[in-house]
Design a protein around this ligand. Structure first.
Ligand SMILES: NC(=O)c1ccc[n+]([C@@H]2O[C@H](COP(=O)([O-])OP(=O)(O)OC[C@H]3O[C@@H](n4cnc5c(N)ncnc54)[C@H](OP(=O)(O)O)[C@@H]3O)[C@@H](O)[C@H]2O)c1
Length: 391
């Protein structure tokens, strides 16, 4: 316990905040040391303030902790943020300016040019963008974001394909769980026996975030992937787990027709974090299921402790090239687990303050990021990115 990094949770009483608490219990690197939420909760014990909704017991130590005001003073240096976007827009920069590393779930800054939107398996090198944030040079603080819960599953399935074959067009329809709307979320009278074909701003987020995540870091900014994408998002009466029907038109990187076996091999061999020792990283991040009626939320959402994405039903698409189904756990891989994995990556890069203070140009940090990311990439491809112009 003594040597673990103390962390704080902003929005600790909400759906995602509760997942943080659940996933961080017994975490080998991080220890929950500070909890904050709205004025409604501040000053109460966590046990009184939060309506615990998860199927594991609320840890006693956490239940006894007092919920603090959501202010940087007295907060630990590493903050997991699970706030509504409107609140995050004001609060997250305040914590970053005060010197905190803010590892955020909210959409408020995902598309900001100098804020990394990161999935460690996909685009760890984008973390360099923290050196472009003014707070980094001033106080050492910065913001890092993870994508929207429906974007993560999609991008995990697309990345191995994009890397090997290229992707020109993406067509995706989601069936999203009610927990994605927070608690109490969608009224039961609206969702039971029903499908709601609208989730505010979700389609725009999926489209923009997917292209940024699959984009290339060019110097000081990310150039989004030049593909066309169309998303349609639906809320369905499922508790946890977002399902997505995906069709894609491939590029021509391979120089020949891409087969069913090529695509399965791309998913099976996609293990970019192997050997990096990040505790929350699943061994097999994209898992193939051969059964015709899978993946299903109830049966497949907890693969890899909720951190693996399941793909199935791969078949030719008569309109584009190929179509398949993706499933991911929206509050684990799609939210708290994603942020924890980002924090593990940051810790492994010494971005939590154990390195020399940032110089104005960020050159020192950029060099270190490139070296460690190079090692991650080398673990997958047997070579590095050095000299290849990847970073
Ligand atoms: N649920 C998902 O699957 C999911 C997935 C990916 C991303 N996200 C994103 O994660 C964020 C949190 O989502 P959620 O589902 O956990 O929402 P939620 O259940 O509604 O929880 C919101 C949290 O924010 C706190 N809060 C509200 N107003 C505040 C204020 N003025 N100051 C400080 N804290 C305040 C609440 O505290 P009180 O209890 O005191 O009101 C609560 O802890 C959102 O941006 C959401 O879009 C959610």
């Amino acid at each position: 316990m003594k040597n673990r990094q103390p962390i704080g949770i902003l929005g600790a009483t909400g759906m995602v905040g509760q997942r943080f608490i659940q996933l961080l219990e017994n975490h080998p690197w991080f220890e929950v040391a500070w909890l904050a939420a709205s004025d409604r909760s501040s000053g109460k014990t966590y046990g009184d303030a939060a309506k615990w909704r998860l199927d594991t017991p609320l840890p006693d130590r956490i239940a006894r902790m007092t919920v603090q005001p959501a202010e940087p003073f007295g907060a630990p240096k590493v903050i997991f943020a699970a706030l509504d976007a409107a609140i995050a827009r004001e609060m997250e920069p305040a914590f970053a300016n005060a010197g905190c590393a803010v590892v955020s779930n909210s959409s408020a800054y995902r598309m900001a040019a100098n804020v990394p939107l990161v999935i460690p398996e996909i685009n760890a090198e984008h973390l360099h963008l923290i050196e472009e944030q003014p707070s980094r040079a001033d106080s050492g603080g910065y913001m890092v974001t993870n994508p929207n819960c429906s974007t993560i599953g999609l991008v995990m399935a697309l990345k191995p394909i994009e890397e090997r074959f290229g992707i020109e067009q993406i067509f995706v329809t989601t069936m999203q769980a009610v927990s994605g709307a927070g608690y109490p979320g969608v009224p039961s009278m609206d969702i039971l026996g029903n499908v709601v074909p609208y989730i505010g701003s979700e389609e725009e987020k999926m489209e923009a975030e997917t292209l940024k995540l699959l984009g290339r870091l060019d110097g000081h900014a990310v150039t989004p992937l030049a593909a066309k994408i169309s998303a349609s998002c639906n809320r369905v009466a499922v508790e946890d787990g977002h399902t997505e029907s995906v069709s894609i038109k491939l590029g021509n990187k391979l120089g020949r027709k891409v087969t069913h076996e090529d695509l399965l091999a791309a998913w099976a061999e996609f293990r970019p974090l192997t050997g990096q020792g990040l505790p929350t990283a699943p061994d097999q991040p994209v898992q193939w299921t051969p059964q015709n009626d899978r993946p299903q939320p109830r049966l497949d959402r907890n693969r890899g402790n909720g951190m693996a994405v399941t793909v199935g039903r791969l078949r030719p698409c008569p309109v584009l090239d190929w179509k398949f189904t993706v499933l991911s756990h929206n509050t684990i891989r799609g939210a708290a687990g994603a942020a924890i994995l980002n924090a593990e990556l940051l810790a492994s890069l010494d971005k939590f303050g154990r390195e020399a203070p940032p110089d104005k140009s960020g050159a020192l940090q950029r060099k270190r990021t490139i070296e460690v990311v190079d090692d991650i990439v080398a673990g997958v491809f047997g070579g590095g990115t050095r000299g290849l112009g990847v970073i």
